[in-house]
Design a protein around this ligand. Structure first.
Ligand code: KIV
Length: 295
């Protein structure tokens, strides 16, 4: 297992522009997922608003609040990861006013994040500047921005036409000029991701954006094959395990053991001394230990 050696920071991520190996970011939402991502040596843990779908069972990311995000950021941060904890600002937490934007970003920092991420390009520069003025590092996110799902008309690859590709590049430049330390590029053709990566002086982190980015991000549940039956796995996901299937099989074995009376065994049970059991007259105690059940 590769181990990260020192605590990652936003300036250290920024300094990795154009260098090898590529940056790695993986989402996490609680202590166990954060521990596994950090132990694997990822550079950044993203507490994404994908929380809404992969953990909380909603259909889109529009349902989570800053309080929801802070609750999960806290769980991740309390594991003390070396990876930089980046927290998603949820929908409507940075759209209303500079003041609200800064307070919401601060709530995620106080919960333990080292940086925040927000969606959108040129339109969001005011929000980016307000957060940066409060000394909070900001990661941008353009391309398919799930918080704009209704405006975009669905989860679709972005930047396929020339003018759309140019607009995405302009957005990336605006975010970099405003002071973002990195930008997520989601679901854009690889040639567009390459153009943006070669244009901006900050790292690009791709998801469904091909291999020419400065780094890659995937969702923890997607990497581990933890998905509801019938879910259509997006083309850009590579699953390295089949947790949903394996977890169901393990729980099925537990159910079977309980129903067969083979769980718990004597070794999985707390016992009194024979003398105490006899004194209490429990189980018609005879001082003879229960026979060991095998699994
Ligand atoms: O919320 C999330 O998980 C994300 C990644 C898909 C980049 O924003």
């Amino acid at each position: 297992m590769a181990a990260a050696t020192a605590r990652m920071t936003a300036p250290a991520v920024r300094a990795r522009k154009g260098s090898q190996p590529p940056l790695v970011m993986v989402t996490a939402y609680d202590a166990p997922s954060a521990r596994t991502v950090d132990a694997a040596g990822a550079d950044m843990i993203l507490v994404g608003d994908s929380l809404a779908m992969v953990v909380l069972g909603y259909d889109d990311t529009l349902q989570v609040t800053t309080a929801d995000m802070a609750h999960h950021v806290g769980a991740v941060a309390r594991t003390g990861p070396d990876a930089l904890v980046v927290a998603d600002l949820p929908w409507l937490s940075y759209h209303v006013s500079r003041e609200e934007t800064v307070h919401n970003a601060a709530a995620l920092i106080r919960a333990g994040a080292g940086a925040v991420k927000l969606e959108g390009g040129g339109k969001r520069i005011d929000a980016v500047q307000a957060i940066l003025d409060a000394e909070i590092p900001v990661m941008g996110h353009i391309g398919l921005t799930p918080q704009s799902i209704h405006a975009l008309g669905g989860f679709k690859v972005q930047g396929k036409q020339l003018d759309a590709a140019q607009a995405l590049t302009d957005d990336a430049v605006a975010l970099a000029d405003a002071g973002c330390f990195a930008i997520v590029l989601e679901c854009v053709p690889d040639a567009v991701a390459r153009m943006i990566t070669e244009t901006v002086p900050i790292p690009t982190i791709g998801i469904g954006a091909g291999r020419h980015c400065d780094g890659q991000v995937l969702v923890w549940h997607d990497i581990l094959g933890f998905e509801a039956p019938g879910h259509r796995r997006p083309k850009f996901v590579r699953a390295y395990a089949e947790f949903e299937r394996d977890a169901a099989a393990a729980i099925e074995r537990f159910c079977a053991d309980v129903r067969a009376g083979t769980f718990p065994s004597s070794a999985e049970t707390y016992h009194m001394t024979d003398r105490m059991a006899e004194a209490l007259g429990l189980y018609g105690a005879t001082g003879v230990a229960e026979p060991e059940l095998t699994q």
